[in-house]
Design a protein around this ligand. Structure first.
Ligand code: SAH
Length: 416
């Protein structure tokens, strides 16, 4: 803001912080979601952008009557034209703003930071931590960052410096912005060191005291499915002496917990040979090399069909499939896949066995998922009781203003 504007604001007694920025003016009757603090403004809700703005810039958002509503960053290339950062007119978007937001996110994870048995967790969960477009995961001394939007891209280096200060003891920050959603923002994939040293090929972390190797440079997401941490801890209660089938096993997150809890046998089914290799090493790291572990590389649907044909049975089945529905249009097809795999799992369970079943598709609601699992049990000609409702771990919060943030849902069922 120049001196003149400053002087004007003092005289007129109104705040004009950011008054030099452009203004996205909404169409009539489109202010409601913004007033309710949903962080997205869709391009269809915007009447015009007044003033000079380059995509990636911070703009003000005003209603059709020009009343001030919020402030966020602009990208006209995306259907989500503005992602909102603040609803306070006196809060400018500057270094201090980002520092406050990051410190708040880190402070909310203090119990994890203090837990010597957990060294891997999510520090920043994008929109749900009021930092739209930014994901930061911690793996011991390493931070892994995903920048999903042009707005975050603009601040990326500043955010890295602030993170290093806020977290402490960081040896390196590695970028894993190799995700499809960036294309919608006009961005290409980007990976590499953003600060400090390059992390080793495999970083060892602790989850509930168990040791896991994480490939932060090449692995899925930022290397590990951190969102399942609390759910993995629920598994041991059912595993003593049990035959466990861990389907969509990745690097053995659930399987290792079953083995250390005294499962008599564990079968991992996973399509990625690389992930299964790491799973083998994770079992060895946790002293489970003597357990009866079966590593099966293949397509879960056909492997489970094969087991059904052979009459194989298990006491516990974990189903943690990849995201079957990426959007609303894919829900119907995804529902069929979820139903199919859940039906197969039920058919493979001994009477009284336990099913841990998940969906990480945001577009599939918890309600719909319950119905899908219900119809799978009917098709399998089995009775089932829900004995637990599961969700993403607490370091993956879902802001109440952002229902899209609650993406992972799961059920524990006793199947008769
Ligand atoms: N349960 C794991 C995370 C699973 S993520 C954990 O706790 O860490 C889903 C996994 O399913 C991925 O590792 C992916 O490689 C695998 N996958 C995807 N499609 C598959 C298929 N058709 N058959 C078997 N595995 C599949």
């Amino acid at each position: 803001m120049n001196d003149e504007a400053n002087e004007f604001s003092k005289r007129s007694g109104c705040w004009v912080v950011g008054s030099m920025s452009a203004i996205a003016v909404l169409k009539r009757n489109r202010a409601r979601p913004v007033l309710q603090r949903h962080p997205w403004v869709f391009s269809g809700a915007i009447e015009r952008v007044e003033g000079d703005a380059t995509d990636g810039d911070v703009v003000e958002v005003r209603d059709a009557g020009h009343n001030w509503l919020a402030r966020g960053y602009l990208n006209r290339r995306s259907q989500i034209a503005v992602r909102l950062l603040t609803w306070r007119q006196d809060e400018p978007i500057d270094g201090d703003f980002w520092r406050r937001r990051l410190e708040r996110a880190v402070a909310a994870r203090q119990s994890l930071v203090d837990d010597a048995n957990v060294t891997a967790y999510r520090l920043v969960h994008a929109e749900s931590d009021y930092l739209p477009g930014l994901i930061v995961d911690r793996y011991g001394e390493w931070l892994v960052l995903q920048s999903l939007t042009l707005g975050i891209e603009r601040w990326k280096q500043a955010l890295v410096d602030l993170l290093v200060d806020a977290v402490g003891g960081v040896r390196g920050v590695y970028e894993r912005s190799d995700v499809d959603v960036r294309a919608k923002e006009g961005l290409s994939p980007s990976t590499g060191v953003l600060y400090g040293e390059k992390p080793p090929e495999l970083v060892e972390v602790l989850e509930g005291g168990y040791r896991f190797l994480v490939d932060v440079r090449q692995g899925h997401k930022t290397g590990f499915y951190l969102d399942q941490r609390e759910n993995r801890a629920r598994l041991p209660a059912f595993c003593a002496g049990a035959e466990v089938l861990d389907v969509f096993a990745y690097t053995g997150g659930f399987g290792v917990r079953a083995a250390t809890a005294g499962a008599s046998g564990i079968t991992l089914v996973e399509s990625s040979a690389l992930a299964l290799d790491t799973a083998r090493r994770n079992f060895a790291l946790n002293g489970c090399e003597h357990s009866d572990v079966n590593y099966v590389e293949g397509d879960a649907f056909s492997v489970l069909r094969g087991y059904r044909a052979q009459g194989r049975r298990f006491d516990v089945v974990v189903l943690d499939p990849p995201k079957f529905a990426r959007n609303d249009r894919e829900v119907k097809q995804a529902a069929r896949a979820y139903k199919d795999i859940n039906m197969l799992a039920c058919q493979l369970l001994r009477p009284g066995g336990v099913l841990f079943t998940f969906s990480c598709s945001g577009a599939v609601s918890a309600d719909l998922f319950l119905k899908i699992v219900f119809s799978a049990t009917v098709d399998a000609d089995r009775e089932a009781q829900v004995i637990g409702h599961l969700a993403q771990a607490a370091d993956h919060p879902a802001a109440l203003t952002f229902p899209e943030g609650a993406y992972l849902k799961g059920l524990v069922c006793r199947v008769w």
